[in-house]
Design a protein around this ligand. Structure first.
Ligand code: DAH
Length: 347
């Protein structure tokens, strides 16, 4: 259809073309060109107005008719059968966004680096889990029933229960994987090999949130079992890791501590890399506590079916987010899950 008025005719051509790719189609009625024509109506000589107004209305009606016919077409599309088998022979694949549009999350990048450093020391990696039971969270780790140490872990629980009637638990530490790893690999010990694993995982605690505390964060667990393992082996592995991760020689310190699953238990600290032990607002008094560790309690080995008279080992567990915050000078743990692109794009 042609319009006698050349301006209206020109707008008609432009808008018909635009309508083809516009979504939702109804937005065409808000086109600036239509508004400009309506505004023009007020300023043209009075005797030309009726004709101009009529043509403008016709254009509106034409566009509206097209919008409506499209809507009808859409509503009559056959429903998609989501249960239909997928035809893997189709030649035309949907266009996916190129991966250059995004990047790995800074924590993912760092977890890869961490696991890689331990891999070079001979540790395999297995991921932790995000829902577990009372046995793996506590009992298998030598927390007796009703032991006050259970209260140290303020966990989230589900209404759903396990076979013993206890609620399922969002794990509050990656230690939940210890017994699983020991059970699955104990055959290695009989052939003179060791069990050496690290376990990165997302963990959950009912925390009051601030710059240092998140309800969801990440830990790395490590476990090593063989014959005649010493606490010196433990300290050597951890020191090697920290020196490799921060790329400098590290002074370290251990303090006695208590965990039900290790005996003896230690807290492992590094000299603050920001102030070199002088004391600053990040470390307080010159040291940063990085993780808990110790020699695996014989009861934990026994629960996994390993003879503690023959074999022993060490384990450790500590926060990954904190490790990365220190390395990259990140002041607030909540940035990691904030989905703020200006934060994420710095890495
Ligand atoms: N699971 C402990 C926690 O989150 C950390 C830990 C301490 C892990 C000592 C260990 C260990 O494997 O041996 O508080």
């Amino acid at each position: 259809m042609n319009y006698i008025n050349t301006e209206i005719d020109h707008v008609a051509v432009v808008l018909r073309k635009r309508l083809k790719s516009l979504e939702p189609k109804s937005n065409i009625m808000k086109a600036v060109e239509l508004k400009a024509l309506a505004d023009q109506l007020k300023s043209i000589p009075p005797h030309e107005r009726p004709d101009f107004g009529r043509q403008l209305n016709e254009l509106r009606n034409e566009l509206m008719a097209q919008v409506n016919s499209q809507a009808q077409e859409n509503s009559t599309l056959p429903p998609i059968d989501v249960t239909a088998p997928i035809d893997i022979n189709v030649t035309k694949h949907p266009e996916l966004l190129p991966s250059s549009n995004g990047s790995a999350h800074p924590l993912t990048v760092e977890i890869d680096r961490i696991v890689d450093i331990y891999a070079r020391m001979g540790f395999s990696a297995v991921e932790s889990r995000q829902l577990d039971d009372d046995f793996h969270m506590f009992t298998s780790l030598n927390f007796p029933e009703d032991h006050p140490a259970r209260d140290e872990y303020d966990t989230f629980m589900t209404k759903q229960t396990d076979s013993k009637g206890s609620p399922l638990i969002a794990p509050a530490h990656t230690s939940v994987m210890q017994t699983r790893i020991l059970k699955a690999n104990k055959h290695l010990l009989e052939t003179g090999q060791s069990i050496a694993y690290v376990v990165p995982g997302r963990i959950f605690r009912n925390e009051d949130l601030d710059a240092r505390h998140e309800h969801t964060f990440h830990q790395l667990e490590g476990i090593y079992v063989a014959q005649n393992v010493t606490i010196g082996n433990l300290i050597a592995v951890l020191t090697t890791f920290f020196e490799s991760y921060y790329g400098k020689t590290m002074e370290i310190k251990t303090n006695p501590f208590y965990f039900p699953f290790t005996e003896p238990s230690l807290e492992f600290s590094i000299a603050c890399p920001f102030c070199d032990k002088a004391g600053c607002k990040i470390c307080g008094e010159g040291w940063l506590e990085m993780l808990g560790c110790g020699m695996i309690n014989p009861n934990v080995l026994q629960i996994a079916g390993i003879d503690p008279e023959k074999y022993n080992g060490f384990a450790w567990g500590g926060g990954i987010d904190r490790l990365v915050m220190i390395k990259d000078n990140i002041e607030d743990v909540r940035h990691f899950h904030s989905a703020k692109l200006d934060f994420l794009r710095q890495f």
